[in-house]
Design a protein around this ligand. Structure first.
Ligand code: NDP
Ligand code: PMR
Length: 388
């Protein structure tokens, strides 16, 4: 692979730096990136919460140390699918605060790089790393590359997704799983499971894992009742590997493929997975697990495969009829809240926002909150991604 990782500038706290002086070496040399990147200033302050006094890792900013005050070090957040839409908007919102270094985990390096620049994200506030969720090998390679970069992991955001509403036949990931569930759920499931180790090592005061859900996977809402409705059935298709060849490509085992339903089913898996993480790990680790419905961001690339008429009518329909529309910028702020807001530390919650853009704990549908189904999805997914 040509470009596994290219930081905009290298400026992040070193992993395991829980006390006192934090020595960040110039990882550019280690990673073999361009001399331009190497010369770029290590401009980020990395004060550590537990340090007796703030410590800077930046030669350039050593003189500017505030005196004696404990300051939270910069957090590191990995966001999948940060090259557009919600992922990009949240990456920008977090990077702009100066409190977060964003690792943009993207399948298309150049697209991500151009998107970050076009969004006005400052050099040094982000690192782009290659991740194709349609390949479990790529997920494992991403985890290896992330660890080699020696950054801590404070928050993981599983955001990337594809939606294939007009597809009448399935396509498959490199591992032979139906693409929508493969990318949106299985790729993220493996990523999240592997990165738990890294999250647990972080010394950041509020470590979080966020898995983006949606209203359309929740049949306790009007939007969730628009056909085709999400329904995982008895999971026989998932148990069969969603391979299509020897069985069904649909989670519920239905013989006929429905791209829109496959997406909604994958979102149910996302929300169930978040809750199962919460049940298995929250008490033991203190990590906060959350999901959210960010609002209807009707302008994003998610609808790229929909028919042109839909793409024309959907934004005004959501703006003026359902009034569920949110801009990409607003949705980015919402996801950024779930990543960083001190008031949103409760674990196991599916966040939504009301008309005044105030967050609240929303109710999931019966299926999307069924603990037995969550356990089964977890166990079957473990087998499909090679963890069991
Ligand atoms: P976008 O299409 O704008 O963003 C999706 C991102 O996922 C892109 O960066 C895309 O990369 C990336 N991606 C797709 N496939 C892969 C892959 N195989 N490996 C790695 N990355 C991949 O859509 P949104 O911003 O709308 O969607 C973001 C999240 O928000 C999703 O989880 C979606 O379910 C959720 N959501 C969206 C709503 C909406 O109204 N738009 C409503 C509710 C939830 P690339 O740029 O290369 O295509
Ligand atoms: Mg929906 C309050 C009503 C509401 C909301 C908030 C959404 C959100 N939608 C609502 C209502 C309706 N939608 C109604 C009444 C209809 C029938 C006309 C309708 C139709 C519709 C379609 C065809 N809606 C859609 C589609 C899609 O293809 C989108 C989809 O399901 O993507 C998976 C979609 C969406 N509506 C939403 C949201 C947030 C989406 C897409 C995003 C997603 O779940 O990720």
């Amino acid at each position: 692979m040509a470009l596994q990782l290219l930081p905009s500038t290298l400026s992040v706290p070193k992993k395991g730096s829980s006390m006192g002086a934090v020595a960040v070496k110039d990882t550019a040399a280690f990673l073999g990136v361009s001399s331009k990147a190497k010369k770029a200033s290590l401009a980020v302050r990395t004060q550590v919460a537990t340090a007796p006094s703030p410590v800077t890792t930046s030669p350039g900013s050593a003189a500017a140390k505030p005196s004696g005050k404990k300051t939270l070090r910069q957090g590191v957040v990995v966001i999948t699918g940060a090259s557009s839409g919600l992922g990009l908007a949240s990456a920008k919102a977090l990077a702009e605060t100066g409190k977060w270094h964003v690792v943009m985990a993207c399948r298309d390096f150049l697209k991500a790089s151009k998107a970050a620049k076009a969004a006005g994200m400052a050099d040094g506030s982000y690192t782009i790393m290659h991740l194709d969720l349609a390949s479990l090998d790529s997920v494992r390679q991403f985890v290896d590359a992330f660890r080699r970069a020696e950054m801590p992991l404070d928050v993981l955001v599983c955001n990337a997704a594809i939606y294939r509403p007009t597809a009448r036949t399935p396509t498959f990931t490199a591992d032979g799983h139906e693409m929508s569930v493969g990318v949106n759920h299985l790729g993220h499931f493996l990523l999240a499971r592997l990165l738990m180790e890294d999250l647990q090592k972080s010394d950041y005061p509020s470590r979080r894992m966020v898995i983006v859900g949606s209203i359309t996977g929740n049949s306790n809402t009007l939007a969730g009742n628009v056909p085709p409705k999400a329904s995982l059935g008895d999971l026989r298709g998932l148990a069969g590997g969603l391979s299509g060849a020897s069985g069904s490509a649909m989670i519920d085992g239905d013989e006929s493929f429905d791209g829109a339903k496959a997406y909604k089913d994958s979102k149910v898996c996302n929300m169930l997975t978040m809750q199962e993480f919460h049940r298995r790990y929250h008490e033991e680790t203190g990590i906060t697990f959350s999901s959210l419905y960010p609002g209807c961001i009707a302008t994003t690339g998610l609808f790229r495969e929909h028919i042109p008429l839909f793409r024309t009518l959907f934004p005004p329909f959501q703006k003026f009829i359902t009034k569920g529309f949110v801009s990409e910028a607003e949705s980015g702020k919402r996801l950024a809240q779930v990543v960083a807001e001190p008031s949103l530390t409760k674990s196991g919650v599916y966040w939504s926002w009301n008309k005044d853009s105030a967050s609240f704990e929303n109710q999931l549908s019966q299926e999307a909150s069924d603990p037995e189904k969550a356990r089964k999805v977890w166990e079957l997914s473990e087998k499909l991604v090679g963890l069991a």
